[in-house]
Design a protein around this ligand. Structure first.
Ligand code: IDP
Ligand code: MG
Length: 139
């Protein structure tokens, strides 16, 4: 398959609730090809760096706390127009505003605990993929 990449994480709340396998199955069913994947737990410093763009937002401390509360499953996905198509597939940031059938609508519990991450641009997909994966872990 050819196409572009995006980066995703199954967030700690969804892993803790036992939804990871269902979410990963849905990602594959959606036509997203897994190029790299691992389970890991972010340190506070790593979560702060990953979400640095949101440093000044009122929810930053809470976001970092929830993203470090347990392991995530991080993955690089490939598809045609991966960034845009994956964001459509996961749904709006706020699960209550997400379209029926999207991952965030099904598995999201709140605007913060919204089940999954998805990159917002091709440039950030590369930066975020490099943040988590060495070239030896990418296929
Ligand atoms: P995105 O994940 O849809 O790209 P962003 O605006 O980049 O949304 O926000 C990053 C993450 O920060 C969201 O996925 C969510 O977990 C959290 N977040 C965003 N807005 C809020 C908010 O208003 N309150 C609490 N958490 C938020
Ligand atoms: Mg974002």
């Amino acid at each position: 398959m050819s196409g572009s990449i995006t980066f995703t994480m199954v967030k700690p709340g969804s892993v803790a609730d036992g939804h990871a396998a269902h979410i990963l199955a849905k990602i594959v069913e959606g036509g997203f090809n897994i190029k790299a994947m691992k389970m890991c737990r972010l340190s506070k410093e790593q979560a702060e760096a990953f979400y640095a763009i949101h440093r000044d937002r009122p929810f930053f401390a809470s976001l970092v706390s929830s993203m470090t509360s347990g392991p995530v499953i991080a993955a690089i996905l490939e598809a045609e127009n991966a960034v845009e198509n994956y964001r459509k597939y996961i749904g709006a940031t706020n699960p209550s505003e997400a379209v029926d059938g999207t991952i965030r609508k099904i598995y999201g519990k709140s605007i913060e605990a919204n089940a999954v991450h998805g990159s917002d641009s091709d440039a950030n997909a590369e930066i975020e993929s490099d943040f988590f994966f060495s070239k030896f872990e990418r296929f």
